[in-house]
Design a protein around this ligand. Structure first.
Ligand code: 6PG
Length: 247
């Protein structure tokens, strides 16, 4: 599970998972604002978090100090924001376009740039964030998804980007999961993570969840969990019953 500061919470359904995740993020954002006066939330891409985003835009809207929040994407597909596969576009429709985050708090990945330039620009944005005592960008709340192959962010098993230590953002190409061209935070970027969650739902994720919880370091998601906890962040596996270990 990756150390003492990791825990696991199992919801009985995807709807309950959304509620659990949304309320957890609201609490963590509020705590960060109380401590620092502001908060940075790294959003997860993919489909799993969308129901939680929707809840935070509606029934739970008043639980978050939106005016003090910055958001960025942990990874993004290099497609236009209005493309159906855009993580930022999906998050905007579900949440970002429906809550009063100040424009300067919307750290959209610059997908209009060529991959290497987009990665360099997003890295600059991360390095401009308030830093932890260890000097990493302070990412108060981090949500990560996990693929059925154990990928996390857009870091895929066996790919060289997983091993990068000299940068916070990388452009990734020819990915196994389409679209093939992406931006991703690297594993070291997670060392500034505060209250972090890996969200996984559905039976298709169960095998990789079990392998990650057993410490299988061939999986980028296992490595991500370890980066967070070894740097002092807290990590919660937020799972539905179908993705959770049976025992
Ligand atoms: C992406 C994601 C990716 C995602 C997982 C899970 O851009 O594809 O960021 O890492 O989180 O693939 O995706 P689902 O939530 O759709 O299963």
């Amino acid at each position: 599970m990756s150390g003492p500061s990791a825990s696991l919470e199992v919801a009985d359904s995807p709807a309950e998972l959304a509620e659990l995740a949304a309320r957890s993020a609201a609490r963590a954002i509020g705590a960060a604002v109380d401590s620092h006066g502001d908060a940075t939330w790294v959003l997860a891409g993919g489909g799993t978090p969308l129901a939680a985003y929707e809840l935070l835009a509606t029934r739970l809207k008043d639980t978050v100090p939106w005016a003090r929040l910055r958001v960025l994407m942990g990874d993004e597909r290099l497609v236009p924001v209005d493309h159906p596969e855009s993580n930022w576009g999906q998050a905007t429709r579900a949440l970002l376009g429906r809550v009063p985050i100040p424009p300067e708090g919307l750290l959209r990945p610059p997908v209009e740039l060529p991959g290497p330039d987009a990665a360099a620009a997003y890295e600059r944005a991360l390095r401009a964030l308030p830093a932890t005592r260890a000097g990493w960008p302070r990412l108060d709340v981090v949500w990560l998804g996990m693929g059925e192959d154990g990928h996390c962010l857009s870091l895929f098993p066996g790919r060289p980007e997983v091993e990068l230590t000299d940068r916070l953002v990388v452009d990734v190409h020819d990915t196994p999961k389409p679209p093939p061209d992406r931006l991703s935070l690297t594993l070291p970027a997670l060392r500034g993570g505060g209250c972090c969650a890996i969200l996984a739902a559905g039976a298709g994720k169960a095998e990789m969840v079990a392998r990650a919880l057993a410490g299988d370091e061939s999986l980028p998601v296992t490595r991500a969990a370890r980066e967070i906890t070894q740097a002092g962040g807290t990590l919660t596996w937020l799972l539905d019953r179908a993705a959770a270990p049976s025992d």
